[in-house]
Design a protein around this ligand. Structure first.
Ligand SMILES: C=CC1=C(C)c2cc3[nH]c(cc4nc(cc5[nH]c(cc1n2)c(C)c5CCC(=O)O)C(CCC(=O)O)=C4C)c(C)c3C=C
Ligand SMILES: [Fe+2]
Length: 443
């Protein structure tokens, strides 16, 4: 029997392409609502009972490999993209292990004055219901706007986390994880506090723009009187199918970005990314900590840089992401290799050299970013860059040591600016009949 709680790869969906998070072939087995031909059969014969997809038994509380048809039996058959469905009731919340989708929204809320633990619990219950329904391709529970109708779930994921300030507002200080202590200040920070932090954080991703917007709007409306939007950012990635073969994503500087992400098949993947079952605090079992940074790219400066210099900044070739020491994209970087003049082929301040776990006491994180573009500044420069989202079991053993190192001498830092920051505790997935964060709010 395949136990979804013993193997997080059962949480994974296959994207139509590989992504920085799931690492392509390592993305694991997947479930999809059937694409066009088999969906016809689904609608004709299996609609009420659902269709068994993929192998596997059911661990108590979590969804097995079973998907039910969206409640729109009159619509035309879905494409593979539209039919792609992530499960809500899984060990790790959706939106961590799946390849980053084409459309993303990051949104933070503050609890309204007077709202406390009771209101927060009711809100998390409502958000969980919205997420579960929309991720299954069903309408929102209240006054659905039809924005995503006909599109299927399109790989929609909703991920919910708690910021440092949430615990004071709800009288749950004793439950606040030490790992949520504010990030240290970094010398390169240029942070706008109004678009940083927040009591609650939600990540929405989908491979269809209206599907992502629909979910974002439904969640915002369900916040009702309990919480108000503090900040919102939207981002994007390449659309599934846009490249001829699954390829690691490129960022807006044109670099192949995500090559050396930890892979779910790595022996230490879980240990690096997720809080273990017996970890502290208990309500964070199977959860993870998300570091969010809005990093503006100074693209005018970057694009003026000759290709050779751009490659030296990262330590990898721009064409295919291969290390400057030779080989292909996935070849191990040779840090010792010298050129004819005796200098390291991969410069000492190259970003891909100094971010490596072996240069940072083993510190590692799963990067699952979105690009952003929010127009142009007064001088015509694009307000564009990376919505950097990293996932780790402990930020003090993931993001913090690496960012400290980058702060001291990263060749990339001349071309980027950290403009907003957040750190959130993202609990494990909700079991069937439960809501996200229930163990915290009712524990
Ligand atoms: C503190 C963590 C990191 C920040 C902030 C960060 C910003 C950032 N990175 C790129 C582009 C690339 N990063 C690459 C590798 C890489 N970056 C980090 C961490 C941060 N990056 C890590 C841990 C790694 C992997 C190191 C390793 O194990 O080898 C690469 C190379 C390809 C890859 O492995 O992904 C690129 C390219 C940008 C543009 C950016 C801010 C805008
Ligand atoms: Fe990086």
């Amino acid at each position: 029997m395949h136990d979804p709680r013993s193997d997080h790869r059962s949480d994974l969906l296959p994207g139509p392409r590989s992504g920085p998070a799931a690492g392509g072939p390592d993305a694991g087995t997947a479930e999809q609502l059937p694409a066009a031909p088999s969906r016809r059969r689904l609608l004709g014969t299996a609609g009420a009972t659902g269709l068994l997809l993929g192998a596997g038994g059911v661990a108590a509380g979590y969804t097995a490999g079973r998907a039910t048809a969206p409640e729109t039996p009159d619509v035309a058959p879905l494409t593979a993209l539209g039919a792609n469905r992530a499960q809500f009731h899984v060990k790790h919340q959706p939106g961590i292990l799946q390849p980053a989708q084409a459309h993303g929204h990051l949104i933070a809320f503050d609890l309204a004055p007077g709202a406390g633990r009771r209101e927060a619990a009711a809100l998390l219950r409502r958000w969980s219901e919205v997420a579960e329904r929309l991720m299954a391709g069903r309408p929102a529970p209240h006054q659905d706007t039809a924005v995503s109708r006909d599109a299927g779930p399109s790989g929609l994921t909703v991920t919910i986390g708690f910021g440092h300030s949430f615990f004071g507002r709800t009288g749950l200080e004793k439950q606040r994880p030490a790992a949520l202590d504010p990030l240290p200040a970094f010398s390169s920070d240029r942070l706008d506090r109004t678009s940083s932090d927040g009591d609650l954080w939600v990540q929405v991703g989908a491979d269809d723009g209206p599907v992502a917007f629909h979910a974002l709007r439904a969640l915002q409306k369900e916040a009702g009187e309990a919480a108000r939007v503090r900040w919102h950012m939207s981002g994007f990635n390449r659309s599934p199918g846009a490249t001829a073969r699954p390829a690691t994503a490129r960022n807006l500087m044109g670099q192949v970005d995500g090559t050396n992400n930890p892979k779910p098949a790595d022996a230490d993947f879980d240990q690096r990314v997720f809080v273990p079952a017996g970890g502290e605090p208990a309500w964070m079992a199977h959860g993870s900590y998300a570091v969010v940074r809005r990093i503006r790219m100074l693209l005018d400066d970057w694009e003026r840089l000759p290709l050779r210099d751009q490659e030296a900044v990262i330590g990898r070739r721009k064409s295919d992401g291969a290390p400057l020491s030779g080989g292909g994209e996935t070849t191990e970087m040779d840090l010792e290799k010298l050129d004819a003049s005796g200098s390291p082929v991969v410069p000492m301040n190259a970003h891909a050299r100094i971010t490596r776990p072996d240069q940072n006491g083993g510190a590692a994180m799963l990067r699952r970013p979105f690009s952003f573009h929010d127009g142009f500044t007064g001088d015509g420069a694009p307000d564009a860059g990376l919505l950097f989202v990293s996932w780790q079991a402990d930020p003090l053993r993931g993001f913090v040591p690496v960012q400290r190192k980058l702060d001291r001498g990263d060749a990339l830092s001349a071309f980027i600016r950290h403009e907003a920051s957040g750190l959130y505790a993202v609990p494990g997935g909700a079991a069937e009949g439960e809501y996200v964060g229930q163990a915290l709010l009712e524990g």
